[in-house]
Design a protein. Structure first.
Lengths: 330, 373
C-alpha cells in the first residue's frame, strides 16, 4: 500500500515520525515534491478564497498526490500539547480535503492530547496503525521507534539544522556571528519556495537565524509564564516563548526579530501583536519586522524590507542606540 | 465601581437589569456606530477578526463615558475569541487607561482567578437567593428579546407595513429596560404578542424562506452586518436565524444544556465535518443542512473576514451546497465591507432564489440545466 503525505503544515514537524511509523508497519510512504509553481497554482484554484496561504499550499500538495497513492495521510492532529489546541484549520483539514477533492481514502484519525495527554497520542496512533495491522504490539513498537527518530530529528533541529537540510538533504548554511530571531510557523520557515528563501537571504545579508525549533521547549515554556494567560495554540506559544526567551537573555549577538506570518493567519494576528507589544515594553529596544506573505507577495518588496531592516539593525548597533525607549503612540 | 461590557445585540438590556439588582453600577457602551468601529480598527491588531475590533471600540467609548471596570469572558480555544480579553487588556494597558479588567475565564486556567472574577461580577457578598432571582429575570428578558427579534425576521414579509412592526418591537424593547419582576415581564410579553397579532397582514403565503448561519457575533449584531435580515425582509423573504446568544450561553455550559436543534445540527454535520473546530463552525454546517431538509430556499452565511472556524465551515458548506442543491451566499464582514456591494449581492441572491422557484414551478430541471440547453 502506498500512502501519500502532502508536504505542508505539520509535515515539517512530524514527517520523520510519520514516515518511520508507517514504514515500520510495512507501508510505502510517498511525500509530495517540494513546492513549485504548479503546486501553488493548484492550491489556489482548489482552496477556499479566504483560507490562509499555507493551507492553500497544502491543498496544492494534496492535489499533486491524487491518483498516485492509495490513501492520503492527513491525521487530524487536534493537539500535541496538553491543554492546548492546534489552529481550527488544522482541525478541519481532513474534512476540507475530503469535501474539496471529493476523495474518501483519507487517513484522518484523531490525535488529541488536549484532555488526555499521552493517552490521546497513543490512541490516535493505535487507530492509524489498526488500518494496516491488527497486531497492537507491532504498532507500539513502530510508534516507539518513530518517537525515537522524531526525538533525534528535533535534537538536530535544536542544533541549528533546518528541516530542509534533514528532509531534502540540502547543505546547511555556515553559521554567522550576528543573529536574527526568525519567528514564525515551521511550515512557513521551512518551505523555501513559499517564503522566497528568506533564511538564505538573511544569511547573505550577514546574519544567521534562530528559529523557534532551535530553542528547547522547557525554555520557551518558562519564558511564557510572563504572560497572565498563554494562548491555546501550541505553535504560537512556541513563537511567543522563543521571543520572550531572547528578550530576557539580552544576548548581544541577537540583533533583532523578524516575524514571518501568512496573511489571514488567525493565531499569529493576535500572538504577533503580543510579541510586538512586549518587545516595545522591554528596556532593550530590539528592532522588530513583521513580514506578511501570501500568494501575492513579490520577492522585490521582501528584499527591500529586509535590507532596510538590516540597515536599521546595523545603525542601532553602531550608535549604541539599542536602549532608546520607544514611544507608544498608537 | 462603574462596570462596562461589550455589546451583543440586546445583551445590554439583560445586563442592565441584572447588574443594578446586584448593586453594581454599569455604564453601557454607546450604541455601535461608525465611530466605534473606527476606534477599534485603529487600536486593534490589523489582522484580528472584526468582533475584537468592535468590542474594543465599545470598551474605549465606555471608558470615555466614565467606566472604570471592564467585564469580559475568556475561553479555551481554538477560536480566537478566547484570547480577546487578554489582547484587549494589553491594548488598554498600553494606552494608559487606568481601568480594572475583570476576565471570567475557564476554571482550567486557575480556579482562584475564576472564583475571584465571578465574585466581582456578582457584586461581592450578596445573598444567593437574590442573585438567583436577578439571573432568572435577566435570563427571561434575554430570551424575550430574542423571541422578539425572531418575530421581526419572520413577520417582516408578512405584515402590511413593516414600519409598524418595527415600531411595536422597538417600543417593547425599550419597555423591557425597566422591567422589575417576572410578572411584569409576562404582562409585557402578552401585550407585545397581542399588538403584533393585531398588525394588518398582506396575506402573502408564497414568500421565499432563507436561513442565516454563521458566527455568533456577526450573524446577530445587526448594527455591524448592515442589517442583512432587514434587507432580506424588505425584499419579501422570510428569515430565520440559527444563531442566538441564549443558545451560545447554553452551549458553553455543555453538554447537559444543549438544545435539541443544536444536537440535531451537530449530528447532521458529522458526514461533512467530523468534529468541533471551534466557534460555530460545526453549527453553521449542521444548521445549513437542517435548513435544506426543512425546505428553505437558501442560506446566508455571515462571518467576520479571516474567522478561522467559519472558513473551515465555508469550505465544507460548498460540498453541502452541492449535495443538497442549496444556494448559499457567503458574506464576510469587516471594516472594509461596503453597504452598496453587500446590498447588490443580497438582491442578486434573492433574484436567484426567485428564479429557481419559478423554474421549479414550471417543472424545469433546476439543477443548473436551463431549458435551452
Amino acid at each position: 500500500m502506498r500512502v501519500g503525505i502532502p508536504r505542508g503544515l505539520l509535515f515539517y514537524r512530524f514527517f520523520i515520525l510519520w514516515k518511520t511509523f508507517l514504514e515500520e508497519l510495512g507501508v510505502e510512504v510517498v511525500a509530495s515534491p517540494p513546492s513549485n509553481k504548479a503546486i501553488i497554482q493548484h492550491g489556489l484554484i482548489y482552496g477556499v478564497e479566504e483560507i490562509c496561504f499555507p493551507v492553500k499550499v497544502f491543498l496544492g500538495h494534496t492535489y499533486a498526490l491524487l491518483g498516485k497513492v492509495d490513501a492520503l495521510f492527513i491525521p487530524r492532529i487536534v493537539s500535541f500539547h496538553k491543554r492546548e489546541y492546534n489552529c481550527p484549520k488544522i482541525l478541519g483539514l481532513p474534512d476540507l480535503v475530503r469535501n474539496i477533492f471529493k476523495v474518501d481514502n483519507v487517513i484522518d484519525d484523531e490525535v488529541n492530547m488536549r484532555d488526555r495527554g499521552i493517552r490521546g497520542w497513543w490512541e490516535g496512533f493505535l487507530q492509524i496503525g489498526r488500518r494496516f495491522t491488527s497486531n497492537e504490539r507491532k504498532i507500539a513498537q513502530a510508534l516507539h521507534k518513530a518517537e525515537k527518530a522524531h526525538q533525534a530529528y528535533r535534537e538536530k533541529l535544536r542544533e541549528g539544522y533546518l528541516p530542509e537540510n534533514l528532509i531534502d538533504g540540502r547543505p546547511p548554511l555556515s553559521p554567522r556571528e550576528k543573529k536574527v530571531v526568525l519567528l514564525g510557523h515551521t511550515y512557513l520557515l521551512s518551505d523555501s519556495y513559499i517564503n522566497m528563501n528568506i533564511v538564505r537571504k538573511i544569511h547573505d545579508l550577514g546574519y544567521s537565524v534562530i528559529t523557534p525549533d532551535m530553542v528547547p521547549e522547557t525554555q520557551t515554556r518558562k519564558a511564557l509564564q510572563k504572560l497572565p494567560k498563554a494562548s491555546f495554540w501550541t505553535i504560537s506559544n512556541e513563537i511567543v516563548g522563543t521571543a520572550f526567551t531572547f528578550l530576557e537573555e539580552q544576548d548581544s549577538k541577537v540583533r533583532g526579530f523578524v516575524h514571518l506570518v501568512s496573511f489571514e493567519c488567525g493565531p499569529d494576528s493576535l500572538v504577533g501583536e503580543v510579541v510586538e507589544r512586549y518587545i516595545k515594553r522591554s528596556n532593550r529596544s530590539f528592532p522588530y519586522l513583521r513580514l506578511e506573505i501570501d500568494e501575492h507577495t513579490g520577492e522585490a518588496g521582501l528584499v527591500t524590507r529586509l535590507e532596510a531592516f538590516v540597515d536599521m539593525m546595523e545603525w542601532r548597533n553602531a550608535h549604541h542606540a539599542g536602549y532608546i525607549p520607544t514611544s507608544f503612540a498608537p | 465601581m462603574r462596570a462596562t461590557f461589550p455589546h451583543l445585540l440586546h445583551l445590554d438590556i439583560a445586563l442592565g437589569i441584572l447588574y443594578p439588582t446586584l448593586g453594581i453600577e454599569i455604564v453601557p457602551p454607546p450604541p455601535i456606530t461608525q465611530k466605534t468601529i473606527e476606534i477599534g480598527v485603529k487600536l486593534a491588531p490589523q489582522n484580528a477578526c472584526f468582533p475584537l475590533k468592535v468590542t474594543l471600540g465599545n470598551f474605549i467609548e465606555a471608558i470615555e463615558k466614565g467606566a472604570d471596570t471592564i467585564f469580559m469572558v475568556g475561553g479555551v480555544g481554538p477560536c480566537r475569541f478566547g484570547y480577546y480579553g487578554q489582547m484587549q487588556r494589553l491594548i488598554i494597558e498600553d494606552l494608559g487607561y487606568k481601568v480594572r479588567f475583570v476576565l471570567l475565564d475557564h476554571p482550567r486556567y486557575g480556579i482562584r482567578p475564576f472564583l475571584d472574577a465571578l465574585r466581582t461580577m456578582a457584586g461581592g457578598r450578596i445573598s444567593l437567593p437574590r442573585i438567583i432571582k436577578a439571573v432568572r429575570l435577566s435570563w427571561g428578558v434575554l430570551r424575550f428579546t430574542e423571541e422578539l427579534e425572531a418575530q421581526r425576521r419572520a413577520l417582516r414579509c408578512q405584515v402590511e407595513n413593516p414600519q409598524n412592526l418595527d415600531q411595536v418591537i422597538d417600543q417593547t424593547l425599550e419597555a423591557l429596560r425597566s422591567v422589575a419582576s417576572l410578572e411584569e415581564l409576562e404582562a409585557l410579553k402578552k401585550r407585545a404578542a397581542e399588538e403584533i397579532a393585531s398588525l394588518p397582514r398582506n396575506g402573502r403565503k408564497d414568500f421565499l424562506r432563507v436561513g442565516i448561519v454563521g458566527e455568533v457575533y456577526i450573524a446577530q449584531e445587526t448594527r455591524v452586518n448592515f442589517n442583512v435580515e432587514r434587507l432580506l425582509g424588505d425584499l419579501g423573504v422570510y428569515v430565520h436565524n440559527s444563531v442566538s446568544t441564549v443558545e451560545y450561553i447554553l452551549h458553553t455550559l455543555r453538554p447537559i444544556t444543549r438544545s435539541k436543534e443544536k444536537i440535531e445540527a451537530w449530528k447532521l454535520a458529522k458526514p461533512y465535518l467530523k468534529r468541533f473546530v471551534g466557534g460555530e463552525g460545526i453549527d453553521s454546517v449542521g444548521s445549513a443542512i437542517r435548513y435544506a431538509r426543512e425546505g428553505f430556499d437558501g442560506v446566508v452565511h455571515l462571518y467576520p473576514f479571516t474567522c478561522m472556524p467559519e472558513i473551515v465551515a465555508k469550505g465544507v458548506l460548498q460540498a453541502v451546497s452541492r449535495d443538497f442543491d442549496l444556494p448559499i451566499l457567503h458574506l464576510a464582514i469587516d471594516e472594509h465591507s461596503g453597504e452598496a456591494g453587500l446590498v447588490t449581492r443580497v438582491e442578486a441572491f434573492v433574484d436567484v432564489l426567485e428564479r429557481r422557484r419559478w423554474e421549479r414551478k414550471r417543472r424545469l430541471e433546476h439543477d443548473g440545466a436551463f431549458p435551452w440547453r
